[in-house]
Design a protein around this ligand. Structure first.
Ligand code: HEC
Length: 180
């Protein structure tokens, strides 16, 4: 009797932590996967050990770890998602900023001039622009905008210059000389 009791105590001392450890590991693994059918089969596999160890107290730790681990996983996922979306937004803003700065404003302006001054500023209905200096181009544009009579076709060009700001003139002048 005495030996049996000692053996039983030993068994309890070893089996209980062992069973708990196995249960926790199983739950941890399951919390990462789909928990539709898996928890049942594992619970059944673990049951004999759990029953042998301590039938009554065994189920108690169950609810505690699962929400904690799930919560942690969800928190981590939420944080990761937040970090990613923040990073995305920052990259987007940075790219937009760089595009706005670098993308030649002159190219945008020149889109309205290309029909008369040529794809390479070589001239067409209007004179060649790409062989001139940006300073000359800006100076002439200012004169058109100011309403000065320039060449015989000033009436065609003046309305085009009238809509340009000084920044537009500078940008388009610097852009058009790069086309040749
Ligand atoms: C509808 C056709 C047309 C468009 C569009 C047009 N131009 Fe002109 N441009 C002309 C003509 C024609 C002249 C010559 C006008 C004259 O006889 O004074 C001219 C003259 C100029 C001159 C003076 C060139 C020189 O050497 O005398 C500049 C600079 C110029 N254009 C720039 C531009 C810019 C920049 C744009 C776009 C914002 C533009 N033009 C759009 C027809 C056009």
């Amino acid at each position: 009797m005495k030996n049996q009791a000692t053996n039983q105590t030993k068994f309890h001392a070893v089996a209980k932590p062992l069973a708990l450890t196995m249960l926790f590991s199983a739950m941890f693994a399951l919390s990462a996967c789909s928990n539709d059918e898996a928890p049942q089969s594992t619970a059944e596999t673990e049951k004999p050990a759990a029953q042998n160890a301590m039938d009554v107290k065994q189920p108690e730790p169950k609810p505690a770890p699962q929400p904690t681990l799930q919560q942690q996983t969800e928190d981590t996922a939420a944080k990761a998602a937040e970090t990613i979306s923040t990073a995305k937004e920052e990259v987007k803003q940075e790219v937009e900023k760089q595009v706005a700065e670098a993308a030649p404003a002159g190219a945008t302006v020149y889109a309205t001039c290309v029909g008369c001054h040529g794809a390479k500023g070589e001239g067409g209905m209007g004179p060649n622009l790409s062989s001139q200096t940006p300073a000359d181009i800006v100076a002439k544009l200012k004169k058109y905008k100011a309403g000065e009579q320039m060449g015989p076709m000033t009436g065609v060009m003046a309305p085009m210059a009238a809509g340009l700001s000084e920044e537009d003139m500078q940008a388009v002048a610097e852009y058009v000389v790069t086309l040749k």
